[in-house]
Design a protein. Structure first.
Length: 105
């Protein structure tokens, strides 16, 4: 009974509350250095706007689950876009081209 309780309640809760820490690096990059899948997502969501700036944000995420440590590198691209109506947006895309967020500035 105690083993079932541990496996069904305590273990999943431990995984959910795993600790993590980030080391970040942000840099401006030229359009030519943006992966094609990321370029496509940015263009698809820019609404005909002018891409003003691209930043590449790299994070090293240190995760500890139970007694195991692991590092994972996460890359996110941020594009600042001026829309035809003059409004500005920020488009965040992961390294595989998945749209993460559109923020109105």
């Amino acid at each position: 009974m105690k083993t079932k309780l541990f496996m069904s309640v305590v273990l999943p809760a431990t995984i959910v509350f795993a600790t993590s820490a980030f080391a970040e690096k942000e840099e401006r990059i030229p359009w030519a250095d943006v992966p094609p899948a990321v370029q496509k997502t940015i263009i698809d969501h820019a609404g005909g706007g002018k891409i003003e700036e691209i930043e590449k944000e790299t994070k090293t995420q240190h995760v500890r689950i139970l007694h195991f440590d692991s590092d994972k590198i996460v890359t996110v691209y941020e594009a600042e876009v001026e829309k035809p109506d003059g409004k500005e947006i920020e488009i965040r895309v992961d390294e595989n081209g998945k749209l993460l967020k559109i923020k109105h500035l």
